[in-house]
Write a protein that binds this ligand. Structure first.
Ligand SMILES: Nc1ncnc2c1ncn2[C@@H]1O[C@H](COP(=O)(O)OP(=O)(O)OP(=O)(O)O)[C@@H](O)[C@H]1O
Length: 240
């Protein structure tokens, strides 16, 4: 199999507090990986390490074949990130937000315009390109951020609780769009959430709790005949 994302025996401490206690998993290229964990499980810590907001000497991360510690630039170039907090410039148009990001990646002119159009098409946002980000609802702002994260054509897309604050229809739409990116474009996705209804049966499901991995497999196999939230609750004792 071609590996999209590999995390091997990752540990991280905040002083005496051990936030990750040796977490390992591998996502095949093109997989939708749902990282499910209750508050405090260690999801944000894992994302911080994956994006090199901070580093650890314990464990190894590989992104699309590049070791994050040994080849950070090459590894990060293969990664797109959608953070939990909104990061658009609300006074710029959708297209301007994407153009700014493209130029940060050294893209300009016709090449940038082509990539921006393709990314906006992918998220059904092309017809909104001229609107100020401020005029968009929360769901369309998130779609713009996802389109922006695709401009440099990453192999791996990380999303940290991307549906926080969205209504049910927008949540469904974003979740479906990202599943399509895996199925149709071969993108490897890691989607952190504590909402079980965002996980589909064929998805790869990784459950973490208190810094440890409790389960890893296809969601449908793991839950068996049970409801996924009941399964999650029985594993973690937490509220789904
Ligand atoms: N700066 C910090 N100093 C000390 N402990 C921290 C710090 N940041 C996080 N922690 C602790 O590390 C553990 C993992 O936190 P983390 O934020 O990674 O969890 P999470 O799964 O992202 O939770 P949430 O869904 O609430 O964001 C928690 O016990 C948290 O209290």
């Amino acid at each position: 199999m071609t590996v999209g994302l590999q995390v091997d025996n990752l540990r991280y401490r905040y002083g005496a507090k051990e936030a990750l206690k040796g977490v390992s998993f591998t996502l095949e290229a093109g997989a939708f990986g749902a990282l499910l964990g209750p508050n405090g499980a260690g999801k944000s810590t894992l994302y911080g390490l994956l994006t090199r907001l901070f580093t650890t000497s314990e464990g190894r991360i590989e992104i699309a074949g590049h070791d994050l510690k040994a080849q950070p630039r090459a590894a990060l170039a293969r990664m797109g990130v959608v953070f939990q907090n909104q990061t658009l410039d609300l006074d710029l148009s959708v297209r301007q937000n994407l153009s700014y990001f493209a130029s940060l990646h050294g893209l300009s002119g016709r090449d940038a315009a082509t990539r921006i159009d393709a990314a906006l098409d992918r998220l059904n946002m092309r017809e909104r390109a001229g609107e100020k980000a401020r005029a968009l609802n929360g769901g369309h702002r998130r779609r713009t951020e996802i389109a922006r994260a695709l401009i440099h054509q990453p192999d791996v897309l990380l999303l940290d609780e991307p549906t926080v604050g969205l209504d049910a229809a927008a949540r469904r739409s974003i979740t479906d769009h990202v599943h399509q990116l895996c199925a149709e474009d071969g993108l490897t996705v890691l989607w952190a959430t504590h909402l079980t209804d965002e996980v589909h049966d064929p998805d790869r499901l990784i459950v973490i709790h208190q810094g440890e991995k409790l389960a890893d497999g296809h969601a449908g196999d793991l839950r068996g005949g049970a409801d996924l939230s009941d399964y999650f609750l029985s594993l973690t004792g937490a509220q789904a």
